[in-house]
Design a binder for this molecule. Structure first.
Ligand code: PMP
Length: 444
């Protein structure tokens, strides 16, 4: 097996500053940039420069965002890169959404809205949550629309915990969770999950973890999961809720942004807040990026009991005011006008892509998908047989040699794996699987 062969070359090449100029069409500059980006975690200052906030020394940049920026950079330099790194649907938003955005601009809906969002959108969200999930949120006091679910997760965390508190983050995790916990001054506590449990939360392990961590204030629950695609069944969620009930200080931050992409027989993703006694304990996060392919609209929401929603709106009022008025009009159309069949059809197409990727990975030597994903649009194959498990180096070499961009599993708390996002065209997936197979065959 070939070891970290190109790393020294990468380091040797990486003398350009991060924001430095790139000479066109030169792989070395791009290669040096990927090495710097993936290996250097945090910004620094020289002795002569005013220092940055010391908090930054604790925060790692998002590798997904970095790999994606690098892909864009390489493309700008004339490279053709196959990118399976970013969590972005490849289909366009529904026409009704685009029309609503155009109409909003034409009709002068271009000003600030209420911090928590237009009442029209909050009502649409409340109706949607009630009809599909069986949870009743008051649109006036219990829903806050923000600039994407990411901002809502951050505000939810900031509302629920702070310095000295702990945040339980089940691994593999969405990399922003531990970093956001640090940003709010809390400490992330990683709760390992096992392949045998399908990478889902084990209720006994959770119970033990909460017993061991009396300072814990928040449990992050990503369902369906990024990066594993795991979906917690209703029964398992009930068991988790029973554990949570034993710890009155715990708030569950239920990030359900992938809930429209579930491939199990019943296609169901139960909302944690809908479980008995869990409404008052849950901050629900959702949005429009994954379900309606509206990533660039930057529109998400938080739904929670009034005191959390109020806290989140106070924070948002000081940080960004409101989400874009145009995006909010588009969000209303997404919930009021888009046919259920449009969403269901996307899930059917995505499932076909999942099946194709699983089949292709199954043919590759030394690659195993112990837990086939039931939702979202990610697979997290184990590739630890290669590079002595150094997944970052594997991704670096794969990008350099084959121009295929994947994200190292290490950044998701899953060393020895790589995360593949299959939310792209079948043609692109076919190219990607060929590149990956050829690359790994070259290593054997
Ligand atoms: N939560 C999870 C688990 C995600 O994967 C993402 C996007 N990658 C988000 C939240 C944020 O979504 P957005 O800000 O685009 O609404």
């Amino acid at each position: 097996m070939r070891q970290a062969s190109l790393f020294t070359a990468f380091v040797h090449l990486s003398n350009a500053p991060l924001g430095g100029a790139f000479s066109p069409s030169t792989l070395p500059s791009a290669a040096s940039r990927v090495s710097t980006l993936l290996r250097n975690a945090s910004p620094s200052s020289t002795a002569t420069e005013p220092p940055l906030n010391p908090l930054l020394s604790k925060i790692k940049p998002s590798k997904t965002v970095e790999v994606f920026s690098l892909v864009k950079q390489m493309e700008a330099e004339g490279e053709t890169v196959t990118s399976l790194c970013v969590g972005e649907p490849d289909f366009a938003p529904p026409q009704a959404v685009l029309d609503a955005a155009t109409a909003a601009m034409a009709n002068g809906h271009t000003t600030y809205t209420a911090v928590t969002g237009t009442l029209e959108l909050r009502r649409a969200i409340a109706d949607d949550l009630k009809s599909r999930k069986g949870i009743e949120y008051n649109p006036v006091t219990e829903i806050v629309v923000g600039n994407g679910a990411k901002q809502c997760v951050y505000q939810g965390l900031l509302a629920a915990c702070g310095a000295g508190d702990e945040v339980i983050v089940p691994a593999p995790y969405w990399p922003s969770y531990p970093e956001m916990a640090l940003l709010v001054g809390a400490s992330p506590v990683i709760l390992e999950t096992s392949v045998n449990d399908g990478y889902l939360i084990n209720p006994e392990a959770l119970d033990q973890c909460l017993k061991d961590h009396p300072k814990a204030k928040v449990l992050m629950l990503c369902n369906p999961s990024n990066p594993t695609g795991g979906v917690h069944s209703t029964d398992l969620l009930h068991q988790i809720a029973q554990v949570v009930e034993k710890y009155p200080n715990i708030i569950v931050l239920a990030d359900e942004i992938y809930e429209r992409l579930v491939y199990t027989q019943d296609g169901k993703c139960t909302a944690f807040a809908s479980l008995p006694n869990m409404f008052s304990r849950t901050i629900t996060i959702n949005g429009f990026s994954k379900s309606h392919a509206m990533t660039g609209f930057r529109l998400g929401y938080l739904a929670a009991p009034a005191r959390f929603a109020k806290a989140a709106s106070v924070l948002q009022g000081q940080i960004t005011s409101c989400a874009s008025s145009v995006s909010q009009a588009a969000g209303v159309a997404a919930l009021r006008e888009v046919e259920e069949s449009w969403l269901e059809n996307n899930a059917v197409i995505m499932k076909k892509k999942r099946d194709y990727v699983l089949e292709e990975l199954g043919k590759m030597d030394g690659v195993s998908v112990a837990v086939p994903p039931d939702g979202a649009f990610y697979v997290l194959p184990d590739v630890s047989k290669y590079y002595d498990g150094d997944d970052t180096q594997l991704c670096l070499d794969l990008l350099k040699e084959k121009k295929l961009a994947l994200v190292p599993g290490e950044s998701f708390g899953a060393p020895g794996t790589v995360r593949i996002s299959y939310a792209t065209s079948m043609e692109e997936l076919e190219v990607a699987m060929t590149k990956l197979r050829e690359f790994l065959e070259g290593l054997s």
